[in-house]
Design a protein around this ligand. Structure first.
Ligand SMILES: [Zn+2]
Length: 170
């Protein structure tokens, strides 16, 4: 699910999210325009799992649990989908086919279930003073080590000058 993966921060402890899902088809007899009953297919989809997101409060990755429970009225054509009143919040209408992409629908529903502002319910405490102190120490140590090990470029030149004429002598 590439669109879901795009939501996962690169510094997340795990980038492979596993979702469990269940899809169940059913039919309900419905009265048609011509007065007869016909079986209307429905699909019920449930998805559960967790995804790593970036907390918008402390900017650290955290694991967000996602739950999807949706029911779809499956119709044959776009025209039929347009006929169905859209004031029903409980049921979505989708145009079904034999090559129906269930993973695509699962990803769509998971994207819709993402929180608008992802954040920890309670952010973990971050000791910023401690973090900046330890970073400063590391920098100082690196500087000192660099000065000690840096060879003097003029000393190297002197060495080359000295050895070059010797090397050409026969
Ligand atoms: Zn947070």
């Amino acid at each position: 699910m590439p669109r879901m993966l795009a939501e996962v921060p690169t510094d997340a402890p795990e980038r492979d999210s596993v979702f469990t899902w269940q899809a169940e088809g059913s039919t309900q007899p419905e009265l048609q325009d011509d007065g007869t009953d016909a079986l209307q297919p429905y699909l019920r989809l449930a998805v559960h799992g967790s995804i790593w997101l970036t907390c918008q409060r402390c900017l650290a990755p955290y694991s967000q649990h996602l739950d999807v429970d949706a029911t779809y009225r499956i119709v044959a054509t776009e025209e039929e989908a347009d006929e169905f009143p859209l004031d029903d919040d409980e049921i979505d209408v989708i145009v079904g086919s034999r090559q129906f992409d269930l993973v695509d629908l699962i990803e769509e529903e998971l994207l819709l279930s993402l929180p608008l502002v992802p954040k920890h319910s309670v952010c973990p405490e971050v000791h910023e003073s401690l973090l900046s102190n330890s970073a400063g120490d590391a920098e100082e140590v690196a500087d000192e080590a660099g000065e000690d090990e840096k060879p003097n470029p003029f000393a190297v030149l002197e060495k080359l000058k000295g050895s070059d004429p010797d090397g050409k002598k026969h």
